[in-house]
Design a protein around this ligand. Structure first.
Ligand SMILES: Cc1cc2nc3c(=O)[nH]c(=O)nc-3n(C[C@H](O)[C@H](O)[C@H](O)COP(=O)(O)O)c2cc1C
Length: 229
């Protein structure tokens, strides 16, 4: 095989100013904060050691309630602190680590309950409806050919590589590794919430790149999540 050498990332001596992709929006759906997770919820009795050894991918799904989706997103991606904006967007701290605190990977949610495409806003802990974008029926049909799961919630990991490139030369491998970290966090958080979760091997392209009418987005992964059957 030919290994695609992405080079060694190096911080630029002078960072670039990056103008983030402008996502269109047609409505906002507030999500449940972690504080509202019932304290008697039995799924949270597991220690980290239990979770790490119990976690298994699952491929059968029941519909995912919005409160569970909110907690899954909070445990992996919610913005917990905001840093400087010298790259043209704020650096942020979230549950998962990210090279340079840049967090270039957006989570985009599609489910039969929510319809359409919905971007997670880590600052407001809300879903932001994205008007237009690729035909949902076509994408779900192609997903069902990989794993037949029409009621599962689809998570697309959609990178904005220009963000990481504003700080680093040879930044591409950092974006891929950020996406892998996020998938790992999602899989453990799903286990903690008693959910069925499976990563998918596809990148999510060409659909991810078509979510907005400008260039700058790339698919870096996908996953299915739902309630356990
Ligand atoms: C990057 C990545 C891509 C994957 N792609 C798929 C996939 O397309 N279909 C699938 O059924 N499972 C997929 N999986 C799940 C693996 O098959 C699964 O993790 C593996 O069999 C080990 O099982 P476990 O997750 O229960 O430990 C993927 C896992 C990872 C990390």
């Amino acid at each position: 095989m030919t290994w695609l050498d992405l080079g060694n990332p190096r911080p630029r001596t002078e960072v670039q100013h990056y103008v983030p992709v402008r996502w269109p929006e047609s409505g906002r759906i507030p999500l449940q904060p972690l504080a509202l997770l019932p304290s008697d919820d039995s799924t949270f009795e597991w220690s980290f050691m239990d979770l790490a050894t119990r976690r298994r991918s699952a491929r059968e799904f029941a519909p995912l309630p919005l409160d569970r989706l909110g907690w899954l997103l909070a445990l992996t991606s919610q913005q917990l602190a905001c840093g400087p904006q010298h790259l043209g967007f704020p650096l942020t701290l979230r549950p998962s680590p990210s090279a340079g605190a840049i967090h270039p990977v957006h989570l985009v949610v599609q489910s039969p309950v929510l319809g359409g495409w919905n971007r997670y806003d880590p600052a407001g802990h809300e879903l932001v409806s994205v008007p237009g974008g690729p035909d949902v029926q076509v994408v779900r049909r192609e997903m069902d050919e990989l794993i037949a799961a029409p009621v599962a919630t689809l998570l697309l990991l959609v990178a904005e590589p220009g963000k990481t490139a504003a700080k680093y030369f040879n930044s591409e491998s950092l974006v891929w590794r950020d996406a892998g970290v996020l998938l790992g966090y999602l899989s453990l958080a799903a286990e903690a919430l008693g959910l069925a979760f499976v990563p998918l091997g596809i990148t999510g392209d060409p659909w991810a790149g078509k979510l907005v009418d400008e260039s700058g987005l790339a698919g870096v992964g996908a996953a299915l999540v739902g309630r356990r059957t």
